[in-house]
Ligand binder design. Structure first.
Ligand SMILES: NC(=O)C1=CN([C@@H]2O[C@H](COP(=O)(O)OP(=O)(O)OC[C@H]3O[C@@H](n4cnc5c(N)ncnc54)[C@H](OP(=O)(O)O)[C@@H]3O)[C@@H](O)[C@H]2O)C=CC1
Ligand SMILES: C[C@H]1O[C@H](OP(=O)(O)OP(=O)(O)OC[C@H]2O[C@@H](n3cnc4c(=O)[nH]c(N)nc43)[C@H](O)[C@@H]2O)[C@@H](O)[C@@H](O)C1=O
Length: 318
């Protein structure tokens, strides 16, 4: 297959591109600078000139709780534009296979745990990421609507919180895992004996390694239509992708401290938001089709820390 992976320089798009290339697919790519996916005419021209068999939509405006809260207009505008342009222009040139990556934040903030796919649109969203969540829900509904009206086969996966090589280690705008890896690493390096964690430490999060996410994405993309349709519904077509267990942010902090060799004190900064208190995915729909994660959390953190030291730290020292 010739597969266009949108967002191939990102953490998830990069992992999916590597796995597709390893098995012999031809991966078509454009950097953000070469193709701004919020630009409708540019996306139209791209699809008209590049004949592809399938699309993986892993490009998005992405960030952690602080970035979502600080740049809400960019999170809703850019994500809605990217999704509308890619889905519509793929359809317009006859691409029938597409995989859209959403997020676990599509579910209501106080929903029953673990969160099933049919919890979508049953309650109020978490305010710290509502604009992003609305855009992701629109992405699911775009895919479903094109399937219903035009007979396309556009599928959606909803990842839990992800981490791994290629993550964004920005101290403020990143997600919690890369932020803590960097903060603990720098504290050890600089001899600082106290590390502050945002919020109360009590929110629960489920973390999935990006290689498992890439594996799950290709698994869902490859499912025969009959199997996908038998396990989903036309207006409830998305599939959760989770690790299966969650940890508190305090527990995560202790794991990261252990991996990075930090032995000082961990304190909690109550002036920072907790966000959703729990968002454990019910991944039984995907598990029943035969997919399981393979990277254990502590092993994944250790591998990500090695990647951080070899890539981010060494690059900064050059
Ligand atoms: N990371 C996580 O924990 C989770 C991620 N997801 C979803 O998975 C997908 C991938 O996320 P992840 O890999 O972590 O994100 P990254 O930020 O690592 O990658 C996103 C990619 O999209 C590109 N991009 C952003 N805006 C545009 C644009 N306007 N035009 C072209 N390219 C653009 C970025 O390019 P550039 O950097 O040059 O702007 C980047 O390469 C997203 O849909 C995200 O919502 C879902 C749940 C959790
Ligand atoms: C993937 C997911 O990611 C976001 O939602 P989130 O899960 O709340 O994301 P987060 O990783 O930023 O925080 C998780 C928890 O961790 C706490 N926390 C502690 N210390 C740090 C810290 O240093 N940085 C960050 N970012 N968080 C910290 C933080 O206060 C919170 O309680 C949305 O983008 C959402 O839209 C989305 O899809």
């Amino acid at each position: 297959m010739r597969v266009y992976v949108a967002g191939h320089r990102g953490m998830v798009g990069g992992a999916i591109s590597r796995k597709l290339a390893e098995r012999g697919d031809e991966v078509v790519t454009r950097t953000h600078a070469q193709l701004d996916l919020t630009d409708q005419a540019a996306v139209r021209n791209f699809f008209a000139s590049e004949k592809v068999d399938a699309v993986v939509l892993a490009a998005a405006k992405v960030g952690g709780i602080h970035a979502n809260n600080t740049y809400p207009a960019q999170f809703i505008y850019e994500n809605m534009m990217i999704e509308a342009n890619v889905v519509h222009q793929a359809y317009a040139v006859g691409v029938t296979k597409l995989l859209f990556l959403g997020s676990s934040c599509i579910y209501p903030r106080a929903v029953a745990q673990p969160m099933r796919e049919d919890a979508l649109l049953t309650g109020v969203l978490e305010p710290t990421n509502e604009p992003y969540a609305i855009a992701k829900i629109a992405g699911i509904k775009l895919c479903e609507s094109y399937n219903r009206q035009y007979g396309t086969d556009y599928r959606s996966v909803m990842p839990t919180n992800l981490y791994g090589p290629g993550d964004n280690f920005h101290l403020e705008n990143s997600h919690v895992m890369p932020a803590l890896i960097r903060r603990f690493h720098e504290s050890v390096r600089d001899g600082i004996d106290t590390v502050a964690i945002w919020g109360s430490g009590t929110p629960m999060r489920e973390f999935l390694h990006v290689d498992d996410m890439a594996d799950a994405s290709i698994f869902v993309l490859d499912l025969p239509s009959a199997q996908y349709e038998a396990n989903t519904q036309p207006m409830l077509s998305h599939i959760n992708v989770g690790y299966g267990e969650d940890v508190s942010i305090a527990e995560l902090a202790h794991l990261v401290a252990k991996v990075t060799g930090f032995t000082g004190e961990i304190v909690f900064d109550a002036s920072k938001p907790d966000g959703t208190m729990r968002k454990l995915m019910d991944s039984s729909r995907l598990n029943a089709m035969g997919w399981r994660p393979s990277v254990a959390l502590e092993e994944g953190i250790a591998e990500t820390y090695q990647w951080f030291c070899a890539n981010v730290v060494q690059a900064a020292e050059v």
